[in-house]
Design a protein around this ligand. Structure first.
Ligand code: ATP
Ligand code: MG
Length: 348
């Protein structure tokens, strides 16, 4: 079967790093019995410019029919104050595909160690599984009066169950350890999370399950990050912890992410924005996009073998010093991408 992949290159450095990601995909799949077809669609600012909409109908239909979606980055000053914004496209596609789980890896490989502010001898390799479509960002009622403002944190059993299964399924493919991060000493929603997650944990006897209060967890991410494998958490805590975790890896330009629903295609994208300040110079770090491709191969196409070839080649490239300016080097995006591809070829 041919894998159908929707490609949303987006804006500013988006097309630059997408080109890099697709070159690496072509190189790693060559002769490996992985056939795919790309469907490039306008999206974000490019969607507004080309089709009058940040998520053109054709782009959404194509995405819905595909097996996975690669997105680079959207937005930027060109569309500031416009009636339609590129970011609306992102919200719309997440909603249309019901992408309720956001997954962000935090990895400090030996090659990346020198860029990390954490001087930890143990390898760091964990993922945060964040609930993305409920909690206090969406809960009703919401209200602002002259005397007070009100937000509501609300979770249903079903919303907790489905994200919990994502986390435990992910743990089964990793080191089989899930940590629920909450504030169960204070919040009723957290107490409900504890109850439901504990029930589901009994279905996964191979997985070690523990819990941590969010205040303690935010310390541990700095003090002893190697203890984590899968962190499961609700929307607000996940938002904060995933940015904290990103900082310990050293560069924004190296971190991929995945968003998924219950069924249908998952979406893979770098965690950073479209970096208008460096667009057009050919110096964007391609690692975040290249690793998004690797995540896609593992989670949408069950090709962890190809993903490993990519991450080994990225590490070898970083170790060789062929890196873009954000990592202190003077390589261009193209030079770094070629180095990654050469390492993939050499390893065969
Ligand atoms: P957004 O609101 O879309 O998240 P932002 O204002 O947070 O955008 P980013 O686009 O994420 O900004 O960029 C933040 C900084 O990191 C910028 O200085 C940018 O140049 C740099 N940066 C982001 N991605 C990369 C990359 N792939 N390579 C090099 N530098 C990057
Ligand atoms: Mg940002």
């Amino acid at each position: 079967m041919t894998a159908q992949i929707t490609v949303l290159a987006g804006d500013y450095i988006g097309p630059e790093i997408m080109a890099a990601g697709l070159k690496v995909l072509a190189a790693v799949s060559e002769g490996q019995n992985f056939d795919y077809q790309l469907h490039e669609m306008p999206f974000g600012g490019a969607g507004i410019d080309q089709a009058g909409d940040p998520l053109p109908a054709e782009a959404l239909q194509t995405a819905q029919k595909s097996d996975a979606i690669l997105l680079a980055a959207i937005g930027g000053p060109k569309w500031d104050g416009a009636p339609k914004t590129p970011e609306q496209g992102l919200l719309a596609i997440r909603k249309a595909l019901n992408l309720f789980a956001n997954i962000r890896p935090t990895e400090i490989s030996p090659a990346m160690q020198k860029y990390s502010p954490i001087k930890n001898t143990e390898p760091v390799d964990f993922v945060i599984v964040r609930e993305l479509t409920s909690g206090i960002y969406f809960g009703q009622p919401r209200e602002t009066t002259s005397e007070y403002a009100l937000d509501t944190m609300r979770y249903t059993n079903q919303e907790i169950e489905r994200i919990t299964r994502v986390a435990f399924d992910m743990a089964m493919k990793r080191r089989k350890h899930v940590t629920l991060v909450d504030k169960a000493n204070v919040l009723d929603t957290s107490k409900l999370w504890r109850k439901i997650v504990a029930q589901i944990a009994t279905e996964y006897p191979a997985v070690t399950y523990d819990t941590s209060y969010v205040d303690a967890a935010s310390m541990k991410i700095i003090a002893s990050p190697s203890q984590f494998d899968v962190i499961l958490t609700e929307n607000l805590f996940g938002d904060i912890l995933s940015d904290e975790a990103a900082q310990i890896t050293g560069s924004l330009g190296t971190i991929p992410s995945m968003s998924r629903g219950s069924n249908g295609p998952s979406l893979y994208e770098p965690i950073h924005g479209s970096a208008p300040d460096i667009a057009g110079q050919g110096i964007a770090n391609p690692i975040s996009m290249v690793k998004s491709v690797a995540m896609m191969l593992t989670h949408s196409f069950d090709r962890a073998d190809l993903a490993k070839q990519i991450s080994d080649a990225v590490d070898a490239t970083v170790e060789s010093g062929v890196v873009t300016p954000d990592l202190g080097g003077n390589a261009t995006t193209d030079e770094m991408t070629s180095a990654i591809i050469n390492h993939i070829k050499e390893s065969r």
